[in-house]
Design a protein around this ligand. Structure first.
Ligand code: GAL
Length: 830
């Protein structure tokens, strides 16, 4: 909120009058810029794959359907063993899609600049407005904008925008990409004299408890055909309170030209951005001509001080913070890759609950909404640019566009993202094939110089393969330091942070290998689990530790992976093994685990019928796997006692029972009231275990500290599945056409115990102002559509996602399954 005072006198009444007038003008000013950026998502027509070859034959087709963006057409298709996208791409097809939309632009806007902004279109988008070609953008993850002003009809006449999206050449991704205009679209309307897209850059070079200095760089464009004299004012707010203002600049800009202006401000007693209290400030930039504000541009930013230290790891605001991060791909499970802010927020909430404090945007620029949420919720983001440079990883991937586009794409990512306080690391690439040859060093240097030109405030890393030839003994998995070959990029000194994926056996030796550069484990673990599935224990006893490649070829039941933290990729580790190392050494800044959530595509092993990954600590539906609680016991202040597996086995069968716990010195386990022993973690143990013969009934665990009970928990043998239970994450949602309620379905026995092996098909129906937009059980081998209204549960659980429309009212969701009592839940939309 901004108050501009010209003159004041000391007559009280007049002062009050002025205050009222100014308050009123302040509201008007806010209104005046409310339309600077408005959503352009609704009422598009879409058409997939047929005779339309170019935009001129578009009229010939009648097969258009109406939809709202963001949209991912691949998720609507069928899983196809022979899909050209491969299992890596989730066995879902790409294709060629067309979007069009008819719209009017107010006559009053004919003197303004009207631009269309796409936050991301996968991929190879081409855009026409009223027949004029605006351009092409091959990269599916980058945002871009076109100025449409010269080609628009104003007033009553219609305009038609056409977007061609070509994701037909497959494979072009190692994971599920989705296809279409899968991020938000905006119309931006500004004065011809305006702040450019991503036109501000705020840094806080000096931060103390007393004050923070703020540098503000602003790029301004004059699209008038005459010179423009203006004043630039930048004011800093904390919520609605003005807390600083930058020097005012008066300048004249020649016709059709741009300039970059640098100003400085100071914030006294700054409230620092931290993970626990992610405090944000807003800079309001105003361009003033003849006393009138002609453009207003808002930038959220944070004030914090950090470094990566050779001995102490990551230091934020003077305090050592271990980065407990996860890697995330961009799909939202059953919603595909069509972004939805609430769906991202829910993912982050689930991760935060587990104690996660970092996100790596593997391996591409994320949706802007993810970064906004990380700013607000307090995550340490590693913002990654590329999964490949010049050399392909899949036949039709971005390497084919590298030469022409990498500079522009990287600059745009940096300009878009560099004001986000949550970003602490830039990653210029993931496991780039060229890393081992000289060409790789050359490219790394070029990319690093692009980053440094655009932002010097964060360190640059690359998620390399282990930069020293590890010589890991295959049998003992021990690291032997001999014939060490240093990765040329790591050796070149171009990186500020040495980052590499996996090879936790080498982390302790980091300082011997790289005495001058701090470390981050850019990617770790790659453990594999199916939620709620536990191998037949007597077999498992023989087989543990079980390697992934033995797992699926032994006739194992339908590509399931035991959810004890025992199964790992050969290049990775169990969850416990890597965390133990990271925890032990202060100089290891932290890690980003592969992955927080399961994602579509890249099943490992790469084998039909699996179509989604097993790496997640949380499954595709958002249900935690057991290892989630190991992290929660280590990474949060919550008091944790989690025991597993379920308690439905064959009589006499030997079962391993694990417990994750904290804040206690022992756990005692009771089976049907009889103690089966106390266990305590020794040394760096992260769980305790009992191996006991199964007997139906109640398994109860009690954690104690100094003999006093800390927590008790129990699991029971479930009877036959009897009824369904629905639980909504939020029972009131916004009636805005976007908001979501995530409803969990539990299959219970007659006593309310989860039936842990129940895999019933559940049918959903919805009455009221909304629709079902996703169904999912988290099963990596399910080929049922995520977009249907029925789904088979996995191990007693299923998820259904309900979306509001724009009318407020109520939604009544009913779930039915043969032979089970149905359930209904009401969700209010307002
Ligand atoms: C890594 C790679 C990730 C993912 C992972 C699976 O090497 O960077 O993208 O493929 O392996 O374990």
């Amino acid at each position: 909120m901004k108050y501009r005072r010209k003159s004041l006198n000391n007559i009280l009444v007049l002062l009050m009058l002025i205050a009222v007038i100014l308050l009123d003008s302040c509201n008007k000013k806010e209104d005046a810029f409310a339309n600077r950026k408005v959503s352009f998502n609704s009422d598009w027509s879409f058409h997939l794959n047929d005779s339309i070859k170019d935009k001129d034959t578009i009229g010939a087709s009648t097969k258009w359907r109406t939809l709202n963006l963001p949209h991912d057409w691949s998720i609507e298709g069928k899983f196809d063993e022979k899909s050209p996208a491969g299992y890596g791409g989730g066995a879902l097809n790409g294709g060629l899609g067309w979007y069009k939309k008819t719209f009017k632009v107010a006559a009053a806007d004919s003197t303004k600049i009207t631009s269309i902004t796409f936050d991301g279109v996968y991929k190879n988008s081409e855009v026409w407005i009223n027949g004029h070609y605006l351009g092409k953008r091959p990269n599916g993850y980058i945002g871009f904008q076109y100025d449409m002003s010269s080609y628009l009809n104003y007033g009553d006449q219609n305009n038609e925008i056409i977007v061609k999206v070509d994701n037909s050449k497959q494979p072009n991704s190692r994971w599920y990409s989705g296809s279409g205009i899968f991020r938000n679209v905006w119309i931006e309307t500004t004065d011809k004299l305006h702040v450019e897209q991503w036109g501000t850059y705020l840094t806080t070079p000096k931060v103390t408890a007393e004050k923070a200095s703020v540098n503000i760089e602003t790029r301004i464009q004059n699209d008038y055909s005459k010179s423009k004299k203006f004043t630039l004012e930048t004011t800093i707010y904390k919520e609605d309170k003005k807390v600083g203002s930058a020097d005012i600049i008066n300048i004249t800009l020649t016709p059709k030209s741009g300039t970059i202006l640098n100003v400085h401000a100071q914030v006294d007693s700054p409230i620092l951005w931290s993970i626990e209290k992610p405090e944000l400030y807003t800079a309001v930039t105003e361009i003033i001509v003849d006393d009138k504000v002609v453009d207003q541009y808002k930038t959220n930013f944070g004030i914090r001080d950090f470094k990566f230290d050779l001995n102490k790891g990551f230091i934020l605001n003077g305090k050592q913070v271990k980065i407990k991060g996860v890697c995330m791909h961009h799909d939202l499970g059953p919603l595909g890759s069509a972004i939805n802010t609430r769906a991202i927020e829910r993912q982050l909430e689930i991760l935060k609950e587990m104690g996660v404090n970092g996100i790596r945007t593997s391996h591409n620029p994320p949706a802007p909404e993810l970064l906004d949420l990380c700013d607000k919720m307090g995550f340490i983001v590693m913002d990654e640019a590329f999964d490949m440079w010049k050399q392909n990883k899949t036949k039709y991937d971005y390497a084919n566009d590298w030469d022409k586009w990498h500079d522009r794409d990287l600059v745009d990512q940096l300009r878009r993202d560099r004001n986000h306080p949550s970003i602490f690391i830039w990653s210029i690439g993931n496991e780039i094939p060229e890393q081992w040859n000289g060409n790789g060093v050359e490219i790394a240097k070029e990319l690093a110089s692009i980053v440094r030109l655009n932002d010097k405030t964060r360190p640059i890393t690359a998620a390399m393969n282990p930069p020293v030839n590890m010589n890991i003994d295959e049998v003992t998995l021990q690291f032997e330091k001999k014939n060490v070959q240093v990765n040329p990029i790591a050796a070149s000194g171009v990186l500020d942070l040495i980052g590499y994926n996996y090879a936790h056996q080498t982390y302790a030796h980091h300082k011997e290998n790289f005495p001058n550069t701090p470390f981050i484990a850019t990617e770790t673990t790659s453990g594999l689990e199916t939620r709620g599935y536990y191998d037949n224990v007597s077999d498992v006893v023989k087989k543990w530790p079980v390697r992934w490649d033995l797992k699926f070829t032994d006739g194992n039941q339908g590509n399931t992976v035991s959810a004890y933290d025992q199964v790992q990729t050969p290049w990775g580790s169990t969850h416990e093994a890597t965390w133990k190392v990271i925890k032990k050494y202060d100089f290891l800044s932290g890690m980003y685990i592969w992955t927080g959530f399961d994602y579509i595509g890249e099943p490992t092993p790469y084998e039909w019928p699996s179509i989604s990954s097993y790496f997640g600590i949380v499954d595709l539906a958002g249900f935690p796997k057991d290892v989630y609680y190991m992290y929660q016991s280590e990474w949060t202040d919550k008091t944790v006692l989690h025991i597993f597996p379920h308690w439905n086995w064959k009589a006499g069968q030997t079962v391993d029972v694990w417990a994750y716990y904290n804040k206690a010195d022992e756990v005692e386990l009771f089976l049907n009231g009889k103690s089966v022993g106390k266990r305590s973690k020794k040394g760096d143990d992260l769980h305790v275990m009992w191996r006991i013969p199964f007997q139906p009934g109640i398994l109860k665990a009690v954690s104690r500290k100094n003999g006093k009970t800390v927590l008790e928990t129990e699991i029971k043998t479930a009877g036959n599945p009897d009824n369904l239970k629905l639980t909504a994450d939020r029972s009131t949602i916004k009636a805005d056409g976007n908001d979501l309620s995530f409803v969990t379905v539990d299959i219970l026995d007659a006593n309310g115990t989860l039936a842990p092996n129940a895999n019933n098909e559940i049918n959903f129906s919805l009455k009221g102002n909304g629709k079902i937009v996703g169904v999912c059980s988290g099963d990596p081998v399910s080929h049922e559509s995520y977009k249907g209204s029925k789904h088979t549960a996995l191990n007693g659980k299923c998820l259904v996602i309900v979306q509001s429309d724009t009318k407020s009212g109520r939604l009544e969701l009913t779930a039915k399954a043969n032979g089970l009592k149905s359930a209904t839940i009401v969700i209010t939309t307002e």
